[in-house]
Write a protein that binds this ligand. Structure first.
Ligand code: GUN
Ligand code: FE
Length: 432
């Protein structure tokens, strides 16, 4: 069934009542999916007839199985200062964020936090993410070490900052780029890990550091680049004072060679038409972070307009974002669009946090849905996990209604199990 979503964007949701997913334990990849009866006949019964090893069957009746969720913009060190009171972006960075990030020069802090954060992602059904570390190279190394152990598909890099931040977080341009180079050599495309060159944003990098980041980006064809763009009005003004001779915020990144199809820019709330056109012409992707935009009072993201120019993904942006749950994030994205009279359907939302975000990250050949040979990252969801959800679900008549209620009210409580490349990495405790 093809559903028109927003003009120009079509998705093809597929639902199989009483379905089954067939996974190869040896490769961690998807073999097939379809009706349970057909899968039993094609795989379990034939294995028995041919005397092969029996197929293990996991019964998840009354649950939904969905592809693992993908978060395209989140800061792992900021899990330690999520929900800090009272400030907007620039004061929030100075008063809370940089203070916390300064702790990540300690390898124990970095490893403990990376481990905690990754387990929180899994408890929320998220199996892949594009992540900010801190400017300490060991923070990115610690994150990759923990992610590699769990075999989650993750993207990160050391954060580039060399001005307008506390001295302990600033690393001179040459050193910071050497650090990124080392991390690329150690981690890029090792197992399921990828590196992103990560200048924090125009304010905290000198032109020299941004240009070196652009030169490094140009020298690879698979390394990503991530930064922030036009999130807050005071930020935009600050960038204008730092770069009076540039046409605007995006033009700074454009001039330094930071734009392209492997670039993910968080936010993009305050943009001119010419900037949307440059995003389109360069293929640069935008990550919309609704809980963050609301929490920091940053502004209302124009989803239909941005989508009419370029790819948009949806992300949590924790610790400015207030939840690691992609379901909660969708619920807030829905409200942000409602304030602008653009309703977001459940099909569009759930597509976005799976295959849509995978496409935005150029990972849709590997993850995002259940196409045979893709990696078996999936979540088992209990749509009736709470008394309220159970009662409300009983009042629904269609799948669309059920999925919408799940999108509005669901969070980590509905995640029963999370499987990463065929291996169960999170199982909700029965005590809950
Ligand atoms: N802009 C620059 N750094 C940050 C950050 O850590 N969080 C958010 N939300 N915006 C930023
Ligand atoms: Fe961010």
């Amino acid at each position: 069934e093809l559903l028109p979503v927003i003009e120009g964007v079509r998705i093809c949701p597929e639902y199989i009542a009483d379905g089954a997913l067939v996974v190869d334990d040896a490769t961690g990849c998807i073999v097939d999916y379809g009706s349970r009866q057909a899968m039993l006949a094609d795989y379990a019964d034939t294995a028995a007839q041919e005397g092969r090893e029996p197929v293990k069957i996991h019964d998840h009746r009354d649950k939904l199985i969905m592809p693992g969720f993908i978060d395209t913009h989140v800061h792992y060190p900021q899990i330690d200062m999520i929900a800090a009171y009272g400030e907007q972006l620039l004061d929030w960075l100075n008063n809370y964020t940089f203070v916390t990030e300064a702790n990540f020069g300690d390898p124990k802090v970095a490893h403990d936090t990376a481990q905690f954060f990754l387990n929180q992602l899994l408890a929320n059904g998220t199996t892949s993410a594009m992540v900010f570390s801190t400017s300490h190279p060991l923070s990115a190394e610690a994150f990759f070490t923990e992610s590699h152990r769990l075999n989650t598909r993750m993207i990160t890099g050391n954060v580039l900052m060399d001005q307008n931040a506390p001295a302990p977080l600033c690393v001179p341009a040459e050193q910071s780029i050497r650090d990124t180079q080392d991390i690329i050599d150690n981690w890029h495309e090792r197992g399921r890990q990828h590196v992103a060159i990560t200048p924090r944003f125009a304010i905290t990098s000198t032109p020299k550091q941004l240009r070196m980041a652009g030169d490094l980006y140009a020298s690879y064809d698979s390394v990503y680049l991530q930064t922030h763009l036009a999130e807050n009005r005071d930020e935009v003004v600050f960038v204008q004072t730092l770069y009076p001779n540039h046409k605007g915020y995006l033009d700074v990144y454009d001039d330094m060679g930071l734009l392209g199809r492997r670039t993910m820019l968080a936010h993009g709330i305050y943009l001119e038409t010419s900037e949307y056109e440059r995003l389109r012409d360069t293929g640069t992707q935008i990550a919309h972070c609704p809980t963050s935009n609301l929490f920091l009072g940053s502004g209302l993201f124009d989803l239909p307009k941005t989508l009419s120019y370029t790819g948009v993904s949806i992300a949590t942006d924790v610790g400015a974002g207030t939840s690691l749950s992609m379901l909660t994030t969708l619920s807030e994205a829905y409200k942000v669009q409602q304030l602008q009279s653009n309703p977001l359907s459940a099909h569009q939302g759930l597509y976005q946090i799976t295959l849509g975000n995978a496409q935005s990250l150029l990972l849709d050949k590997k993850i995002g849905n259940f196409m045979p040979s893709k990696e078996a990252d999936f979540v088992v969801i209990n749509p009736g996990a709470t008394a309220l959800l159970e009662r409300r679900m009983a009042q629904t008549n269609t799948l669309e209604e059920q999925l919408f209620v799940l999108m509005m009210l669901g969070d980590d409580r509905v995640i029963e199990q999370t499987v990463v490349a065929g291996v169960s990495r999170y199982q909700k405790s029965n005590a809950l």
